[in-house]
Design a binder for this molecule. Structure first.
Ligand code: IPE
Ligand code: IPE
Ligand code: MG
Length: 243
């Protein structure tokens, strides 16, 4: 039976627990279209997307994924209408506040990747507070990509190395200065809403990531769709340039 027709329980049973991706990265796209389809303002799409975030965190924890990186705001997203940017930032603060208890109960650690210093002060404050509060946990690392751009991440890493006196750099040096330093590279990159592009996400880190692209819009991407993405990943033959 094609996996799209299987029930959640059956999908879960098919997942090989010894082959779960260590790091899943997600381009959470399609909130605006989800809202538009329903005649709702775009911000309600983002709000519905926050429920998918909660579910993704929960499922990744259950499956034993080590890192979940979510593309929440790109360096290019500042070009959206001011009201949408403001709404997204407010939603982020509210979600961090509201979810902190449950994240803590689920043993989740929090970190963030991106040019965080350019985020609004209240976002930074709430982020710092949540990161601090969850820092003693030992389970899933939830990494929020905020004001994140892959090219900027590489440029910032190189500039940090130059500032420290480097005259030439290695791949290891760059990796150690990216905003994902210390995290394994993503094994699985998911993009929702059917766009076939990377939109400046984790350019360096996704060198050998497996791509799962689904037409499902992010607010509709829930447990079953995540199981399907992991199963898709497990069906791949990862060769890393070998034979
Ligand atoms: C993704 O949904 C969320 C962010 C980029 C913050 P979009 O807002 O890009 O939704 P679409 O692509 O317009 O449907
Ligand atoms: C990518 O989605 C950024 C995030 C999900 C935060 P976009 O909607 O901004 O990407 P494009 O514009 O379709 O490439
Ligand atoms: Mg989009």
């Amino acid at each position: 039976m094609p996996s799209a027709l299987l029930r959640r329980e059956d999908l879960l049973e098919k997942i090989d627990r010894s082959l779960v991706p260590r790091h899943i990265a997600v381009i959470m796209d399609g909130n605006g279209r989800w809202a538009k389809k329903r005649g709702l303002p775009r911000l309600l799409g983002h709000k519905a997307g926050a429920d998918s975030v909660r579910e993704a965190v929960k499922v990744c924890g259950e499956l034993g994924v080590q890192v979940l990186t979510l593309y929440a705001f790109s360096t290019e997203n500042w070009s959206r209408p001011k009201s949408e940017v403001k709404g997204l930032m407010a939603l982020l603060v509210r979600t961090l506040r509201r979810e902190a208890d449950e994240l803590n109960a689920n043993n989740v650690r929090l970190r963030a990747s991106g040019r965080l210093e350019a985020l609004p002060a209240d976002v930074r404050r709430e982020l710092d507070r949540s990161i601090d509060r969850l820092s003693g946990n030992t389970g899933l690392i939830l990494n929020l990509a905020l004001n994140y751009g892959g090219r900027g991440d590489i440029v910032d890493a190189v500039n940090a190395l130059l500032k420290a006196g480097a005259v030439s750099v290695t791949e290891e040096d760059i990796a150690a200065h990216l905003s994902t330093a210390g995290l394994p590279d993503p094994d699985l990159l998911i993009r929702t809403s059917g766009e076939y592009r990377i939109s400046n996400f984790l350019l360096w880190q996704c060198a050998y990531a497996e791509f799962h692209i689904t037409p499902v819009l992010w607010p509709d991407f829930r447990r079953q769709q995540l199981y399907q993405a992991v199963l898709d990943y497990q069906s791949r033959d990862r060769r890393f340039g070998g034979i």
